[in-house]
Design a protein around this ligand. Sequence first.
Ligand code: ZN
Length: 251
Amino acid sequence: MSNAPQTSFANSPEIESWEAETVIGWGKTLVVAPHPDDESLGCGGAVALLRKFGNDVAVLTVSDGALSHPNSKKFPPAKLRDLRERETIAALDILGVSEDKITFLRFPDGSVPGELSDDFAAAVTIVKDYLTANSPQTILLPWRRDPHPDHLASWQIVKASIIECGGDYRVLEYPIWLWERAENADLPREKNIKIRRLEINEAAVQKQAAIRAHASQTTGLIDDDPNGFQLSAEVLAHFDGEFEIYFEEIK
Ligand SMILES: [Zn+2]
């Protein structure tokens, strides 16, 4: 795969660098993770920094993650879901977020209801009620065109929930599969989308430990499904840098 799309956002000449302390201004922050692990991959550095500076952080995990090893006899879906939730709790503990700040919506992995689904309105209501009850100031969302159906659906659900709430949330969008699978059309091109590079050097060790806490995705822990998913070294390398990328739509 060509490096061109990746280079075009991570090394954009218009990119703005943010020092670690920038996150203080995000206030109370909600991380929306389509799958258990996206919170650590996409935002692990930011989360660790937010907690270091005393900001409140909550996490909404959208899907149950039960599709990563569909043929495993040792980890049938309910057991795999439980494992992935425990891994998320362990990862976030490393980043300084306690279990009571984590909400698992348990939508089916691979079938998170997007805007064309009959279940979309119900999902929007659930997230709208969550936002109303928890009132974050900043929401970290997967990039609106991150090339994975659950990531797109998660963005659509939260975006519609924000509109229904009428709340004034700051939204920052993070890339996951954009690094690896982007077509040119997936990339940020809108003039009002700004690309930010958050310096996470001082949280890099915590972030890598959090990613490794998702052992079902990063190791051969589940060894009885030849078709099981595992994050490759190439993919993980995108999340092993001294910065995280965030896209922000300027209103
Ligand atoms: Zn994901």
